[in-house]
Write a protein that binds this ligand. Structure first.
Ligand code: MN
Ligand code: MN
Length: 318
């Protein structure tokens, strides 16, 4: 019995009403919930363009066009899951450490209650407090990280927290199982030949875009499954892993990325893993003509919800 599900076009047309993700009820209940979708409107830690604080708003707006049955994965999300749009997590513009504390505090009771958080950024610095909250209940987890950048730099003008360092911090804090984690899609100009050596030294496996083109998507999924194994896993999807032709609305674009079709297929390929949380980050509406990037981000979130539902469906069938 799923208590919380989207309103249908028979109840009210899609263009009407207040915009929540996929027209889910806006609620902050933690009773009878399998997942929450929440925004994290934070862009105080970017290294180039800013404006990702408006990402959640843009994703919600276009997400009203999504429909509950995922034909590719053969699952009706709300036949198996109850979910809400939790609204936006609290942020304090200009104060990253206070914001981190607020995000973690807000997420902890949800994760503790067995709810899977699905977050919409915001710049990529927000994944660190999300992982802190997840680790408090689950212990260190594996990470599947789609991005054109590794985000494992050390410091930015001597400061530890920005959108280029969350995964180094997470390893240092022992909230990630680096040996079961994988970073996918890295490319673009870098500062030195050893650009990805930092990540490897931290224990991550890095699959660059050029390596990926050689092995192909099927083999990639074998590699991911072998790497993650039965461990609990968090999936983080930086929209800049997608080519700027398909996702121009982002802060630090890199040419030569996935098409939107490839991106959606890769997420679907993760089916059956032991998910404990998801996010999609770095959507920048000001650079997003025709809502093309927000539409893709909404669909990535939709695929995440489908993966959650698929796990529940297969548990029921055991
Ligand atoms: Mn990133
Ligand atoms: Mn990136």
């Amino acid at each position: 019995m799923t208590e919380f599900k989207p309103i249908t076009p028979q109840q009210q047309p899609k263009f009407a009403g207040i915009k929540t993700f996929m027209r889910l009820p806006h609620s902050q209940t933690i009773q009878g919930i399998d997942f929450v979708v929440a925004g994290v409107p934070w862009d105080g830690a970017t290294s180039y363009r800013t404006g990702q604080r408006l990402g959640p708003d843009a994703i919600r707006k276009i997400s009203v066009t999504l429909r509950p049955y995922n034909l590719a994965l053969d699952v009706d999300i709300f036949e198996h899951c109850s979910g809400i749009d939790y609204g936006d997590l609290p942020v304090i513009a200009g104060y990253i450490e206070d914001t981190y504390a607020k995000i973690e505090a807000e997420l902890c009771p949800l994760v503790e209650a067995g709810i899977i958080p699905v977050l919409m950024g915001g710049d990529h610095s927000i994944t660190l407090p999300e992982l802190r909250a997840v680790a408090k209940t689950h212990g260190p987890v594996a990470l599947i990280h789609f991005d054109s950048h590794t985000d494992t730099n050390d410091q930015y003008f001597g400061k530890p927290y920005y959108h280029g360092s969350p995964f180094r911090r997470a390893v240092e804090e022992d909230i990630l199982l680096a040996e079961n984690s994988i970073q996918i899609g890295m490319r673009g100009s870098v500062y030195s030949k050893a650009a990805y050596a930092d990540s490897t030294a931290l224990g991550f496996k890095v699959i660059t875009m050029s390596a990926l083109r050689e092995v192909g998507p099927r083999k990639l999924m074998e590699i991911v499954r072998k790497r993650v194994g039965p461990h609990k896993v968090f999936v983080t999807f930086d929209i800049d892993v997608v080519d700027p032709a398909f996702a121009p609305g982002t802060g630090t674009p890199e040419v030569g990325g996935f098409t939107s079709a490839e991106a959606v297929d890769l997420v679907r390929g993760l089916r059956g893993l032991n998910f404990v949380g998801f996010d999609v980050v770095e959507v920048l509406p000001d650079k997003d003509p025709a809502e093309i990037t927000a539409l893709l981000a909404a669909n990535i979130v939709y695929e995440f919800l489908s993966l959650i539902a698929l796990n529940k469906k297969s548990k029921k069938n055991v």
